[in-house]
Ligand binder design. Structure first.
Ligand code: KG4
Ligand code: ZN
Length: 348
């Protein structure tokens, strides 16, 4: 506690570095409240050719641009290495070859500048994107207990947070992650990668009632499952093809999106009631989805925190923000830590 108070009296500047998947990102934040810079170089166009992230290509691309991205983040922030209090870097989960690039960069800087290194769980980063103050004057930090829904390309989890850095995983996906389902269904519909934004766009002109796709409620658990939904889309497409009927992609997109949103929304609200949550946090790439945001912002009385779009998908501000809270709580890592591609979210 004493350490926390001492740290709060001075400016704390954290450099965040994120390379777990196909974004090379670096950011500097001050006192967990001021975003001094936020640089994200996306490889999405490169991977679009393959219809998904190609790990070998991703790590090579990170290597090419990581130095420039970090330099730019420091330059934009007008902060020198000697003014950093810590370097927070994504340690996992993610693609091993990609994680290593960010980790090595962070270690090099930490060693050169004598700066503490803090390894961050990518999912913790997504959660802490909700603690990054927004320009709107009515920004409030989430109040504990928090029920958090993390929905990204690799994860769909319901988490109970009783306090900072304290997590109980209530449920997770048993098969595909929500974002993965968007990406796979987009591929079935011949929509470009990444699938989430493509499906959202197509769905705008579609009819959500065109198809009654299944919802996997998995009653009695907080788990999710999206593979049955994906298979239902595939089967319906095959039937329509076989019958020679015209395929209305927008109707598939709208009906599919509606099924995903309904399950994510209702299960999260149920969990919030059950655990008497004060607030709800929705984070991760899929939280950029407009239909999902609208459901949470319009259909519940819970106070819901959803990061602005640029902090929903992978970025380094969220890693720096999580790093700030770890720094305040006294966490420091050795320079020989390794990346953890399958790292689960664990409490401090
Ligand atoms: O968090 P993120 O950037 O990376 C991971 O940690 O996985 O999430 C990427 C995922 C992709 O599956 C992408 O299709 C999905 O987020 N996504 C969306 C939207 N924007 C990104 N899904 C639905 N609607 C969107 N607007
Ligand atoms: Zn992510």
């Amino acid at each position: 506690m004493e350490e926390i108070q001492n740290q709060e009296e001075k400016l704390v500047r954290i450099l965040g570095i994120e390379t777990s998947c196909d974004e090379t990102a670096a950011a500097v934040i001050e006192n967990g409240s001021q975003v001094l810079s936020n640089v994200v170089a996306s490889q999405a166009d490169l991977h679009a050719r393959f219809g998904g992230v190609f790990p070998e290509v991703a790590s090579r691309e990170h290597i090419k641009i990581i130095s420039a991205v970090v330099d730019q983040a420091l330059k934009d922030a007008h902060v020198g290495l000697d003014e950093l209090d810590a370097i927070a870097v994504t340690r996992g989960p993610g693609l091993a070859g990609s994680l290593v690039v960010g980790m090595n960069m962070a270690k090099g800087l930490a060693l050169a500048g004598g700066i503490p290194l803090i390894g961050i769980n990518h999912l913790e980063g997504h959660l802490y994107s909700a603690w990054v103050p927004q320009e709107s004057t009515d920004f409030q930090e989430p109040h504990f207990p928090v029920i958090a829904l993390i929905v990204s390309g690799g994860h769909s989890s319901l988490i109970l947070m009783q306090d900072h850095l304290t997590y109980t995983q209530l449920g997770r996906t048993l098969d595909d992650a929500a974002g993965e389902a968007f990406d796979k269904v987009a591929r079935l519909l011949d929509l470009p990668y990444p699938g989430g934004p493509s499906i959202q766009k197509a769905a705008e002109s579609g009819n959500v009632h065109a198809f009654q796709f299944p919802r996997a409620w998995l009653d009695g658990t907080w788990n999710f499952s999206f593979s049955g939904l994906k298979t239902a889309v595939l089967r319906t497409l095959q039937e329509q093809h076989a019958e020679g009927r015209p395929i209305r992609v927008e109707n598939y997109a709208a009906s599919f999106q509606d099924a995903v949103v309904e399950v994510l929304f209702k299960k999260t609200i149920d969990a919030a009631h059950q655990y008497q949550a004060e607030d709800i946090v929705v984070a991760g790439g899929v939280s950029a989805n407009r239909a999902l945001r609208n459901a949470f912002l319009e259909q519940t009385d819970f106070r819901v925190h959803i990061p602005p779009l640029k902090l929903c998908t992978d970025n380094a501000v969220m890693i720096a923000e999580a790093g700030y809270y770890r720094f305040l709580h006294g966490f420091r890592d050795e320079l020989d830590i390794d990346v953890l591609p399958n790292w689960g979210l664990i409490s401090a």
